[in-house]
Ligand binder design. Sequence first.
Ligand code: FAD
Length: 279
Amino acid sequence: MPATKPRISFEYFPPKTEAGKEKLLNVTTPALNALGPEFFSVTYGAGGSTRDSTAGVVSSLQSSGIEAAPHLSFGGDDEAAIGQLLEDYKAQGISRLVALRGDMPSGMGGMAQLVYANELVEFVRERTGDHFQIEVAAYPEIHPQAESYQKDIEFLKGKFAAGADSAITQYFFNVDSYFYFLDQCISMGITQPIYAGIMPIINFANLARFSRNCGADIPRWISQRIEGYGDDQESIRKFGVEVVSQLCQTLLENGAPGIHFYTMNQVEPTREIYNNLGL
Ligand code: FAD
C-alpha cells in the first residue's frame, strides 16, 4: 500500500422518494462517512432532470458537516440558470463540483444542444474564479462517442486546460486499461491526478446492460464466472467483492492516486471492499 492514504470518495444518485432520501442521509451516509472519505458526490440527471433533488441531497450533506460535491451539466439550461445554481452552491460553502457534458434524456433528443464539459469548466471558472475544485470525467476504455482514442485524450486535456483540477474515471474492470490510459495521458502532457472510478458488483444483469451503453468492458472471465453461479446470489456477492477488492488493491499498489466508489446508494459491498484494502 502507498505511504500516504489514497483519496477515497463515494458517489450517490439523488433518490426518487422521501423515504429513499431519509435512508440515504440517516443510514447509508453515517456508515460510509465512518470510513473517512474526502467527499461524497451526487449525480445530476440527464438534461437537468434532477436539478432540485441533487441540490437537496448536496445541501443536506453539506449542512451536516460532510463535504458534498454536486455533479453538474448544462443539459437544457441556459447560462442564467447554471450561474444561479453555482451561486447557490457557493453560498452553502460547497467547494467542489464534478463538471460534465451529460447525456440527452431519452425523448428529449434534438430539443437542446449538449454543451461539452470543457465549456462548462470554462463557464464555472469565468463565473466563480478559483472557488471550486473542479473534477471532470475520464474514460480509460474511451468514451463511446469518441472519434478516436487519441482525440478523447486530447479533449480530456482540453478540460484541464479550461481549468479542471482532476479527473475521475468511468468504471472499468481491466486494470491494464487504466494504467495504459495514465501513460498515454502523461505522454500527452497531462499532469493532473486521474482517480479510478470503481463499480462494486451489485446487480449483475443491470451492470451488464449499463456497461454496454457506457462503453465499459466486463471481461469474459468475470461474466462467465458470474453466469456459472446461476441464482446463487451469495456466491455472486462474494465473487464480486473478491474481484473488485483485488482490482482496487492492484490500482493502489501501482500508484493510482485514489478511488471513487460508485456506491449505488448502498453501504455494501462498498464498505466490505474498502475494509479489504486495509487502509
Ligand atoms: P465530454 O468531456 O464533453 O465528452 C463527450 C464526448 O465528446 C466524448 O466522446 C469526447 O471525445 C467528445 N468531446 C469532448 N470535448 C469535445 C469538444 N470540445 N469538441 C468535440 N468533441 C468533444 N452523466 C449524467 O448524466 N449525470 C452525472 O451525474 C454523471 N456523472 C458522471 C461522473 C463520472 C465520474 C463519469 C465518468 C461519468 C458521469 N456521467 C454522468 C456520464 C457522462 O455524462 C457521459 O459519459 C457523457 O456522455 C459524457 O460526459 P463528459 O463530461 O465526459 O463529456
